[in-house]
Design a binder for this molecule. Sequence first.
Ligand SMILES: [Zn+2]
Length: 68
Amino acid sequence: MPLTDSRRRIDADRAVFLDYRVPCPFCGTLVGPRFVTREHLDVPPNPPYAATVRCPKCHEIFEVRFSR
Ligand SMILES: [Zn+2]
């Protein structure tokens, strides 16, 4: 898988994300719920299972998958 593709999908602890401690995979800026553009509600049991995030600094878009 190309590097650019792998960076578009990261895994994070949900609590860490909610606390704005997940770094953007492109520039390292810490992101959280305020920068979510779309939540993915389709996968049970604990929706949202993942969220699409747009980095406020470098404007890259990536998907955060919640590991718990
Ligand atoms: Zn960024």
